[in-house]
Design a binder for this molecule. Structure first.
Ligand code: ADP
Ligand code: MG
Length: 380
């Protein structure tokens, strides 16, 4: 089958990945998170194709594409197609204004690396179709329908953070987001003379989706027991350490550990926002190390490669703190590194990582960046 790889684009959409400074797995527990979009992104080209219902989507990244019929959208056996199909299905439930379109996707955002290329893919598609067909969806509607698409078609029971950060972020700021009310405050971030350096472990353990859903389920088990004593509790967001200790003998050690991580992690989001506002960068670093300890030992969503890189960073005098960022089981570690030591850190980490895991590390700086935007191409 031949696919359209190039065409005269009517509309370009730039859809970024994201980092999360702190607040891991707190989003689906209705707590707080502190993410931002980054410059690495997926870029979409769109055009209407004058068909009422036939579409073509091509991913340059995977050098493959597929055709679809808007009147017959169903799950695919091919993983990446489901992110597209899920969004189309959700849009079709909300409007009948969608018509045939062609779309190509290129990306400099590593996939499956905890930087949320999945949300960038979903939200960028929704954003582009909203512009192209004047669907009248708000940004929040696009964020929410993209999240639902990830649940129903991709099978990850994710919270709202990834889609929210990809669409709503503001350059030079982190977003302090309350995942229950969806109220958010942009927090200015100035780490100067430190930089945010990501080390991509290049491991993407395939248990990520199933283990993610297991963690969500374990948190729900905790909430069910807590509700016996505290009927007002609806999520771990509502729980304190004192409350958790009262039910300790009625939950498994695993569930206890999961819950205690979420309570601590949620508290860390507020501590981090305060540390940023005071420009207390030593504290910022310490919070990251504390969080990684919990990610690894209590929530158990790390892996040998991420643990190694976080531990390695502790031996480098230029690094204030580090942790694995994203859903877990690999992906990237986020490091706060003095500008004078970036090169030294990257070189020594790359060498040590190669020796230990025989993997060539990928390292790059990220800056808090703006969320999704688009531009049209006028006839010349
Ligand atoms: P993350 O969101 O952390 O990158 P996920 O496993 O949630 O990891 O999502 C990665 C998946 O998103 C890929 O396996 C692929 O199916 C899809 N994807 C991401 N970027 C692209 C792209 N440029 N082209 C096609 N599919 C993509
Ligand atoms: Mg994802």
């Amino acid at each position: 089958m031949k696919f359209l790889k190039n065409f005269k684009s009517e509309l370009t959409v730039e859809s970024p990945g994201r980092i999360n400074l702190i607040g891991e797995h707190t989003d689906y527990n209705m707590g707080y998170v502190l993410p931002t979009a980054i410059e690495k992104k997926i870029i979409f080209q769109f055009r209407k194709n004058d068909s009422p219902n036939k579409c073509q989507v091509y991913s340059t990244t995977f050098d493959t594409g597929f055709k679809l019929d808007l009147n017959a959208i169903e799950k695919s056996a091919i993983e990446w197609e489901n992110y597209i199909l899920g969004v189309l299905d959700e849009i079709s439930k909300r409007t009948n204004k969608l018509e045939g379109f062609d779309c190509t996707i290129e990306s400099n955002l590593p996939t499956g690396s905890g930087l949320s290329s999945s949300a960038a893919l979903e939200c960028g598609l929704a954003y582009g179709l909203n512009e192209l067909f004047d669907l009248g969806l708000t940004k929040m509607e696009m964020v929410k329908l993209s999240q639902v698409a990830e649940h129903t078609y991709a099978g990850t029971q994710c919270g709202i953070m990834d889609q929210f950060a990809s669409v709503m972020s503001k350059e030079g700021h982190m977003l302090l987001l309350d995942c229950r009310s969806l109220d958010y405050t942009p927090i200015p971030i100035n780490l100067n003379p430190y930089k945010i350096i990501l080390l991509n472990t290049k491991v993407s353990h395939n248990l990520a989706t199933s283990e993610y859903n297991t963690r969500k389920n374990e948190c729900e088990q905790g909430v069910a027991v807590l509700k016996e004593d505290y009927p007002e509790v609806n999520s771990l967001r509502d729980v304190t350490f004192e409350m958790l200790d009262c039910v300790r003998d009625r939950v498994s050690t695993t569930v206890y550990n999961r819950c205690s991580f979420i309570i601590a992690e949620n508290n860390r989001v507020h501590e981090m926002a305060e540390a940023l506002s005071k420009n207390d960068l030593v504290k910022v670093g310490q919070i990251l190390y504390d969080a990684h300890e919990g990610i690894s030992k209590l929530y158990e969503v790390s892996c040998a490669e991420s643990d190694y890189l976080v531990e390695f960073s502790k031996s480098n005098e230029f690094v204030l703190g580090a942790r694995q960022t994203g859903g877990g089981f690999g992906g990237c570690t986020l490091n706060i590194v003095h500008e004078d030591g970036v090169e030294n850190f990257i070189t020594s980490a790359t060498k040590a990582y190669k020796e230990n895991f025989n993997i060539v590390l990928e390292a790059f700086e990220v800056k808090p960046s703006t969320g999704t935007f688009s531009y049209t191409h006028k006839e010349s």
